[in-house]
Design a protein around this ligand. Sequence first.
Ligand code: ACM
Ligand code: ZN
Length: 468
Amino acid sequence: MERINVIPVPNKISFLGGETTVDPSKLSCEISDLLGNEEYILTVENNKATLVGGSETAVFYGKQTLRQLGNTCPCVKIEDKPAYPYRGFMLDTVRHMFSIEETKKLIDAAASVKMNVMHWHLTDDQGFRIYSEKRPDAAIKGSVRKSSDFGKLKEEGSYGGYFTADQMREIVDYCTERHITVIPEFDVPGHCSAIIHAYPELSCTGAPLEVKTSQGIFDDILCAGKDGTFEIIFDILSDILDIFPSEYIHIGGDEAPKVRWQECMYCQKRMREEGLKNEETLQGWFTNKIIDFLKSKGRKPIVWNESLKSGVIEKTVLVQRWMDPKNNSTQFTKDGGKIINSDFYHYYCDYPYGMTPLAKTYNYNPVLKGMPPENVVGVEAPIWTEYINNFDWLCHMCFPRFTAVAETGWTNTENKDLSDFIRRFEIYTEILNEIGITPAPSTEWKPNPAKRLAKTVKFFSGLIKKKE
Ligand code: ACM
Ligand code: ZN
């Protein structure tokens, strides 16, 4: 059987017979407006490679395919375009930071498999990592926690740091050269302890609050009743928009407990004045206010699926589905809204391979029952870093799962095949190694059922806090 060693496997491969040797430096390239924006045709035969793409981006994708075909390959004509327009990974640099150089390695790996989005999670309870000219204390005060206590992963001493505008621009430029869009996330109104530490007036009570040192969901969130909250958010967002040119900006919206809002006179007054029936609707009102701000600047929002609970989020918002027991995102797509699927049980790469082995990630269909396929714009693999404090472990957790999600994002379901993916991944590992990434060994991601259970139990038992 003829086959090629490319991830993601192209959608149409015609074997022309025999083998050829190609020198990628002798590639002939052309852009044609007869092809789609991400579509390319690559022909390799008679020691020659010819590439036609619908845009510079499509040509870049064709070159990634050629790189993986290697110097000697079967003579082929590849006609290829992606299954989904959004193919991303998310990096949490709050719980633990990764250097610019390490981040670039992840970007190189993502680009090599035609991913086109880096979602950068930059703010959370355990640190605020965006330096804002207009509100410098957000990073100066809000980026430092006194210690780190993430289950078994305990680190004495303060932990902190933030990215300067120049550093963030360096990442944006690096991604742009690789046809990847950086979407920054400023998560509001929940997961905001760090910024509240810098500006206590942002919370309902106004009481001093520490930057959190452990994982969790915390009650103190941004006050939706005080007008001053929006002044600070809009100042920081303005700086974010200066740094990040992306059409979409992620504004979070996940895991926002309502206990403070229920007791806050400002929030309750807002609800009365705006005719909002409960605190979920208040979150919807809060989110819509930020959405209006982004729209006024020509940008669009992404929110996590909890934002749909309010029932008042408009259909132009892009929703990122992660954990959605009531299937609000399915209903949203039925009503014409669009989603990205980052399903917790299949795509969260911070969970052990025992719980989420490669096969589970690879075989997941991001279009759920009842969702119109055209309203699922794509896939994203998140890596949260409470339990990951070094780059080698980050790579262990992300690879091969990131690569599997990249293939789902690009390759039509009927062309996917797990055992062939595994075969190709072993060859592709050489490219990861060249980049400076070591994936987990196959003994990790193909564990037998007994080992799966043992590894999952070990992981979760490490998260339990022992009583002093
Ligand atoms: C999330 O995992 N809280 C989006
Ligand atoms: Zn309040």
